[in-house]
Design a binder for this molecule. Structure first.
Ligand SMILES: [Zn+2]
Length: 99
């Protein structure tokens, strides 16, 4: 069978039998079902990205985690500010301020 990488759209031949694919689909680890399949092809099976693209996308997980955490924190703060602004706006109209 062949699988196409989602990123570079390169088609890779994956040397697996139907039987092996069924076991993988059933949740068995690829490295147990097909230890001879190289790591790049395993990535393609698991993630849909070939090894090369997988490395390019997921390289430096620590840095990415940090950046993502910071981004999420910033988003939370922005959401809270929005919420507070919304509350104040509600009070403003609700209480009929004289300003
Ligand atoms: Zn690729």
């Amino acid at each position: 069978m062949t699988l196409k990488c989602r990123e570079c759209e390169e088609e890779k031949v994956v040397p697996l039998s139907v039987e092996q694919l069924k076991r993988i689909e059933a949740g068995e680890l690829i490295q147990n079902v097909a230890p001879e399949v190289d790591e790049g092809l395993r990535e393609l099976l698991i993630s849909g990205f070939c090894g090369k693209c997988f490395d390019a996308i997921f390289d430096g997980p620590e840095e990415e985690d940090e950046a993502q955490a910071a981004a999420e924190q910033a988003k939370e703060e922005a959401d809270r500010e929005d919420w507070e602004a919304a509350q104040q706006a509600d009070h403003g109209s609700g209480w009929g301020t004289n300003s």
